[in-house]
Structures are given as structure tokens and as C-alpha cells.
Design a protein around this ligand. Structure first.
Ligand code: NAD
Length: 357
């Protein structure tokens, strides 16, 4: 197949880890007879330095005309003093909105050999492989009315509104059911239907969508219980479907079960172009030193192959190469442990590329 990929490396370690993912994608393309065409675009602080805005129109046009977007990270101390609307991080909200990315997929998978990286006991986290599907453009972060108002007695009142329509719930539920179908076919829908009407509707719509996915088993869990079960017995979960706020919180909790931010990829999907990026930021404290872990970004490239291009075999090839590199004892500094061999960002990219089989 032929595919156009927009490459937005951004700032800090983004500029080091993204080239490693591109390197691996190129190698997979050559091996499997696909032609991936990569075009670089500006985003974040480096776009501000170049053209004065964090998300130039050219970048948006490039992204919309591509089949998928590979993003590194944005931000850094250099731009922290800027007015809020001009900050590098605004580019993230802007590109999500422009591409209509309503679904955020975050796997939390503990690779064999890395069980020591988790703060939880080995027997609790060993073998976890969870996918959190978070609704990204609705719910309490966007609902109206919102704001802080002055009351006649001089005090103030802060308001946010949790709101979901049938259509918003239906489309994110379909993403979660589709994802479950590619995995262990088990979906847990997280809500607070015992107290929230928006959750009552959420549950009703999810049950209705389930009729089209009889091969996937569905269960419902209140969010407070889900938070507890994630640390008590995380292996019970396959795919977790969450609204925007519950997903925001639970995806961070699930991610941290694996112990290492440099290992975790993500995918944001909408009606058309999907965006694939590591969950971490630009890590200014380690940028420019060739020590950042490129695995989160390389795993994001694997998600791109699976979710954007339906190239499951090729995605699996990358996943297996990551496992092999770790099995061979290679580690970047953030995941090192006694007896392992510490390598830099580019070396880790090379080892994974050579491990493609
Ligand atoms: P961060 O994720 O950049 O870093 C947190 C910690 O994790 C740091 O100690 C860092 O060294 C480490 N880390 C992150 N990625 C790593 C990797 N690949 N390998 C090894 N270690 C890694 O979060 P932060 O320090 O809070 O934010 C730094 C900047 O990034 C800020 O400007 C913030 O706004 C921005 N940010 C951007 C995104 C994004 O682009 N999606 C996300 C979060 C934060």
C-alpha cells in the first residue's frame, strides 16, 4: 500500500525520538512492500520560533492531506513565559480539534522483563495488557454552562457541565468495541450511572451498541470501583471505555501500572486522519543528550499501522521487535536495571530496526 504520513517532531526529545520511529516505519515498509511517504511539518515551540505561531496553517493542511500524523512532543522552558494562546501546548488542542479526534486510545502494557519498573508487586502487574479508550471532545471539559460567577453575597460559584449526546456516546462506544474485537474481546464500560444522568444515558447507549458486537463481552463498572480494581487486579481488564474525565484520570493510573512513561504510546482517532504520539512530553531535562527512550514513539508507529492502515501483521512485527530488543537486554537509561545494557536513543532505534526479523 501507499500512505502519506505527516511527521511533526515538535520540541525537546520529540526531535530525537520521532526520527527513530520513522526509521522503523521505513524499514517495515521496505520489508513488507509498502510505500510510506514522510513529510515534515512544524509544531509547538519550534513553529513559534520559525513562523510565530504554535500550529501554522501549513501544518494543518499537511496533516489533513495525509493518511496519518506522527507527533513527537511540544513545549519547553523557552516558551513558558508566552501568553496562553501562543504557548506550544495550544497546538495540541488545535490539531485535535481540527482533525476531529474524538477517541483517544492508550494501551498500558507491561513488557516481559520490565516488571521491576512498576511500583506494584510483580504478581499483580505481570502480563497486564489494557487499552483505555477515552472520549476526547465531549463531557465536562467542554459542556456548557461553564465558568466562575460572582454571587450577590460576595462569594463565587464555579460551574462545569457534564453533557453527552446519544451520537457522541455511540461513536466512541463503536471505537471501543472495534478495538476489543482486535484484542481479547472483553469491554468494560466505566460510568457513574448510580448518580449521574449523563452516565445513565452512557450505559443505555453502550448496551444498545453492544447488539452489533455479540462476539465482544460487555460489563459495566462504576468509576470509583474501576480506580480500585486497576490497582487491585489489573489483569481482569482488556478494553476500558471511558468518558472524557474518567478516561483522563484512569488512563494515567493504568499507564503508571507499567512504571515507565517512555514506553507508552497513544492513538487519537476521528472520522478521517488519526494522530499517533507518545504519552510523554518534550522532557526538556534530558533533551539533546541522546538518552530519551524512543519506544513509546516506535510503539505509536505500530498503532498507526494497525489503526490507520489496518496493517496488523506489520504492527505486530514492530511490537515483536520491541520485545526482542528488551529480551536481548538493551535498555535506555529510564528503564535500566542491573545486568542490562544501557544504550542511547539512536542505538535503541537501531536495535529495534535490526530485530524486525
Ligand atoms: P514530560 O513527560 O516531558 O517529562 C516527565 C518526566 O519523564 C521527565 O523526568 C522526563 O525526563 C521523563 N521522560 C519523558 N519522556 C521520556 C522518554 N521518552 N525517555 C525517558 N524519560 C522520559 O513532562 P513534563 O516534564 O511535565 O513536561 C515537559 C514539557 O512537555 C512541558 O512543556 C509540557 O507542557 C510538555 N508536555 C507536552 C506533551 C505533549 O506534547 N503531548 C505532554 C505532556 C507535557
Amino acid at each position: 500500500m501507499k500512505a502519506k504520513i505527516a511527521v511533526l517532531a515538535g520540541d525537546g526529545v520529540g526531535r530525537e525520538i520521532v526520527p527513530e520511529a520513522v526509521k522503523v516505519l521505513r524499514a517495515v515498509g521496505e520489508r513488507c512492500g509498502h510505500h510510506f511517504e514522510f513529510t515534515n511539518g512544524d509544531i509547538g515551540g519550534q513553529a513559534i520560533d520559525k513562523v510565530g505561531v504554535p500550529l501554522p496553517q501549513d501544518t494543518l493542511t499537511l496533516s489533513k492531506q495525509s493518511d496519518a500524523v506522527l507527533l513527537g512532543a511540544v513545549g519547553g522552558p523557552k516558551w513558558e513565559g508566552l501568553e496562553y494562546s501562543l504557548r506550544p501546548e495550544r497546538a495540541l488542542l488545535g490539531i485535535r480539534e481540527a482533525l476531529g479526534l474524538y477517541a483517544n486510545l492508550r494501551p498500558a502494557k507491561l513488557y516481559p522483563n520490565l516488571t521491576d519498573a512498576s511500583t506494584l508487586k510483580k504478581e499483580v502487574v505481570e502480563g497486564i495488557d489494557i487499552l483505555v479508550v477515552r472520549e476526547l471532545t465531549g463531557g465536562i471539559y467542554f459542556g456548557r454552562p461553564k465558568g466562575i460567577e460572582k454571587l450577590p453575597n460576595g462569594s463565587e460559584r464555579g460551574v462545569n457541565t457534564e453533557v453527552y449526546t446519544t451520537e457522541e456516546i455511540r461513536r466512541i462506544a463503536m471505537v471501543a468495541f472495534d478495538a476489543a474485537r482486535k484484542r481479547r474481546k472483553k469491554l468494560t464500560s466505566v460510568d457513574k450511572a448510580n448518580v449521574l444522568e449523563s452516565s445513565e444515558l452512557w450505559r443505555r447507549v453502550v448496551v444498545d451498541v453492544h447488539k452489533d458486537y455479540p462476539d465482544v463481552s460487555l460489563s459495566h463498572m462504576y468509576v470509583d470501583n474501576a480506580a480500585m480494581q486497576l490497582v487491585r487486579n489489573p489483569r481482569q481488564f482488556d478494553v476500558m471505555l471511558c468518558n472524557n474525565m474518567f478516561g483522563d484520570i484512569l488512563s494515567d493510573e493504568a499507564a503508571m501500572l507499567t512504571g515507565s512513561i517512555g514506553m507508552l504510546p497513544s492513538a487519537s482517532l476521528g472520522a478521517q486522519v488519526g494522530l499517533f504520539e507518545p504519552i510523554h512530553g518534550s522532557a526538556p531535562d534530558i533533551a539533546g543528550k541522546n538518552i530519551a527512550n524512543p519506544i513509546a514513539t516506535i510503539a505509536s508507529a505500530a498503532m498507526m499501522l494497525s489503526y490507520a492502515f489496518k496493517l496488523e501483521k506489520e504492527a505486530e512485527l514492530i511490537e515483536q521487535a520491541i520485545v526482542k530488543a528488551l529480551d536481548l537486554g538493551y535498555r535506555t537509561k529510564d528503564i535500566q536495571s542491573p545486568g542490562t545494557r544501557v544504550v542511547g536513543t539512536t542505538e535503541m532505534g537501531d536495535v529495534i530496526m535490526r530485530s524486525l526479523g
